[in-house]
Design a binder for this molecule. Structure first.
Ligand code: GDP
Length: 446
């Protein structure tokens, strides 16, 4: 347990109804005793934990009337004694109270230091701490949901299960290596191989969830493609709900990629309007076209927009080639201008002018990205975790291949490597630099 007591304002900067000042460490309660006068005569040292007590909070130069709560170690967020003061939500009020805590022996907490202490005291795993940061920084409902799953140790539980299975197998290997005179080693290797393949496949299957998790964390990238003047900018504006892209009747005005963001089913979608992909001798337009092609390559979903009033479109083949395996939504726009039979050669028919078909387009964007509604539950949203799982799967693959071919000691070395790589996720084997980097992304009061 850390020696010093740390303090910070836990609520965001700015004015509000209430602000919270938090101190954690051995001196938390003695400091509270010196600066909090409870109403009703209960002494601070006799406080029942987890109960709010009203009273006068001394600050540097003034005092406030507020509430005090004591969380007793080890049943607190950090695992240490914690005291929180709830004061009036002026920044100066909270700062004055914090300054008083400092004058009584606490020191200023670093970024994420409360959570770091919680991690060091075994209150949560490293992955869980990262989930918490994802929740706090989450920009969409789905990201907050995913962050919560990660914070609730969903990933850690699975990773620890793999680690336990490996540990058990390693114990068997050790025993076989210790008695080389029997044919134990050979039999052990034969039995070991399918087990290693099974764990390797399970780790790989878990890693595969990142395809979904990445889209939840960073948002789904959508490229709007099609010839100039088909209504891509107008559609983007319709989707996003405000005038973002420049709309013009002159073909080729959307020269650069314009981004707009919207939420569908709680997931963030980042839209890129692209210049048309026709050949052009105009240098600036050519650059725009190159950008457009790069956007299609990087996109998760491509929407190919064509003008419903025109026949056939030779750009589609080009966009499809660029899109490769990615889902392409074929959209025919300007249906308000179309007379007679509507073309069925499209996944969705829209009018950017009237808004018709735009809701269906949103549904399609979601379906092509995640399948049915509600299929976006994920907790593998951190690239760090994904990479570690992939490296662990590689080590396990090597171990499985080595079985029956290599001495068991070498197989065991690959298994140990896999175990350690998995430990980077939970934090057991994470380097100091990695831990440092993760907590540096937190705010000071967390
Ligand atoms: P982009 O070059 O593909 O981005 O096309 P724009 O969004 O700039 O639209 C080109 C022109 O078509 C503009 O004059 C729009 O107002 C018009 N337009 C776009 N969508 C529709 C639509 O659904 N119906 C009608 N009637 N006009 C549209």
């Amino acid at each position: 347990m850390s020696e010093d007591t740390i303090g910070a304002i836990a609520t965001p900067p700015g004015k509000g109804g209430v602000a919270i000042v938090r101190i954690s460490g051995k001196e938390a309660l003695p400091i509270a005793e010196k600066m909090f006068i409870p109403a009703g005569g209960v002494a601070v040292r006799d406080f029942s934990p987890y109960r709010l007590y009203p009273g006068r909070i001394a600050a540097e130069g003034f005092s406030d009337y507020g509430l005090c709560v004591y969380f007793r170690a080890p049943h607190s967020y950090t695992g240490e004694d914690i005291v929180e003061f709830q004061c009036h939500g002026g920044e100066s009020v909270a700062r004055g109270i914090l300054a008083k805590c400092f004058s009584l022996g606490a020191r200023s907490a670093g970024r994420g230091e409360f959570t770091r202490r919680a991690f060091l005291n075994g209150k949560l795993s490293l992955a869980s701490a990262e989930g918490l940061a994802d929740m706090i920084n989450g920009e969409s409902e789905a990201e907050v949901r995913a962050g919560y799953l990660l914070y609730s140790e969903k990933l850690t539980e699975q990773v620890r299960e793999f680690q336990n299975q490996l540990k058990e197998l390693l114990a068997g290997v050790d025993a076989a290596v210790d008695y080389p005179e029997e044919d134990l080693e050979e039999r052990e290797a034969e039995a070991l191989r399918p087990e290693l393949v099974r764990i390797r496949d399970a780790v790989s299957a878990l890693a595969a969830g990142y395809a979904k998790g990445r889209k939840i964390k960073s948002g789904v990238t959508v490229a709007l493609c099609g010839k100039p003047n088909t209504g891509k900018s107008s559609l983007l504006n319709r989707l996003v709900g405000y005038e973002k892209a420049i709309v013009s009747e002159i073909a080729g005005t959307t020269r650069d990629a314009v981004e707009g963001t919207l939420e569908i089913g709680g997931v963030r979608f980042n839209l890129y309007d692209t210049a048309g992909m026709r050949e052009s001798s105009d240098r600036i337009e050519s650059i725009g076209i190159e950008r457009a092609e790069n956007i299609v390559r990087a996109a998760d979903v491509v929407v190919f927009v064509s003008d419903g009033t025109e026949k056939g479109d030779d750009e589609e083949a080009r966009v499809r080639r660029l899109a490769g395996e990615k889902p392409v939504i074929r959209l025919r726009n300007k249906i308000d201008l179309q007379e007679g039979e509507l073309s069925s050669e499209a996944d969705v028919l829209t009018s950017a002018t009237t808004g018709e078909g735009v809701e269906r387009l949103k549904e399609l964007l979601y379906e092509k990205s995640f399948g049915a509604r509600g299929e976006d539950a994920a907790f593998l949203i951190e690239e760090r975790h994904f990479r570690a799982l992939r490296r662990a799967a590689e080590s396990l693959g090597r171990a499985a291949e080595g079985c029956c071919v290599q001495p068991l000691e070498l197989v065991a070395a690959d298994m140990t490597e896999a175990w350690e790589t998995l430990g980077e996720i939970t934090g057991e084997t994470a380097s100091e630099a990695v831990v440092e980097e993760i907590f540096s992304k937190f705010c000071v009061g967390k």
